[in-house]
Design a protein around this ligand. Sequence first.
Ligand code: ZN
Ligand code: ZN
Length: 386
Amino acid sequence: MNWTILNGVNKLHDEMKEWMGHLHQCPELALMETKTANFIAEKLKSWGYDVVEGIGKTGIVASMTVGKGNKTIGLRADFDALPIQEVNDLPYKSKIEGVSHLCGHDGHSTMLLGAAKYLAETKNFNGTVRLIFQPGEETMEGSPAMIADGLFERFPVDAVYGMHNMPGLPFGKFHFCENEMMAAVDNWEIELTGKGSHGSMPELSIDPVVCGSSLVMALQTIVSRNVSPWQNSVVSVGAFIAGNAGNVVPQTALLRLSIRNMEPKLREMVLNKIRSITKSQAEAFGCKYEIREGIPGAVLLNTPENTQWAASVARNTFGDDQVVYPAHPYMGSEDFAFMLQKKNGTYCMLGNGDSFMVHHPQYVFNQDILPIGAAYWAALTEEYLK
Ligand SMILES: [Zn+2]
Ligand SMILES: [Zn+2]
């Protein structure tokens, strides 16, 4: 156990709750987090960090160098909220109608702020720490936007680390997983255009409902007939929007898909099958089609050596029984995957205890994990920059 860090960070617990309360009350959606970014940047500046704002729209990198060490560690937290109405009776409930921090990104940023303050006060490291506060995680846009804005060229790091709270995992326990940790999500839309008609005269129509129905069934054969039972892939058609009257053949049908994959090669195969099946089905029924592929997903791959190392730091800091390693992967997704395509590092889960799942309107970030997450960041920094 690292009592120096644990006790030091615990002293910041009340302050951290205040920061999180503020962020929670004023949630902002992806890539519109100007007030949130401002709040975070002001705190970091007041503690002596070299703060650069506006990276990938609203992202922040705060750097601090102590001593002559030439190593650099990157720690990343996200800070965007979701378009969901919160149904909680918290003293710090969201003040913005229909927008709320129901994924706990307010807590993530607070944990990194807690570590930032502790590290700036104690300066018990030798090298450079870079704190990456990222916007727009929920839409998978923020991490690519920061990278495209020169994140790792302007602010080089040797490795980068991320963390998410996880409901259902035991309170305060860390879960580490090597290699594939989170799935790549691809959110696609397929629009079929036929020819509208009176419902009594189908011969004058090209029916996109019949074409779409056939397409939905055909898409279900991709996983069952092309993916090995030993591998993971999901093709869900979550929305099928067409027409609104029984006696009308509509002009168009819109399908919305959520596609989840764990392996890049498998993902390519699944996506190609969706393209070819859509084309052949649309042509067979005489419909025109348009596939809108959205922002490409990426599998989150944790570097094995960095994962082993981070798990050992967590064990030394919190005790062996607080670390689960190797833990199981998730079919959820994270745009931190794009940072791990550029840099070695690892992403872990921190147990939020028995609560509603993230994105549920009654989800609550457990504020008692704030010092635990902050202590993890501080321990990684002190251990890497010895
Ligand atoms: Zn989320
Ligand atoms: Zn999240």
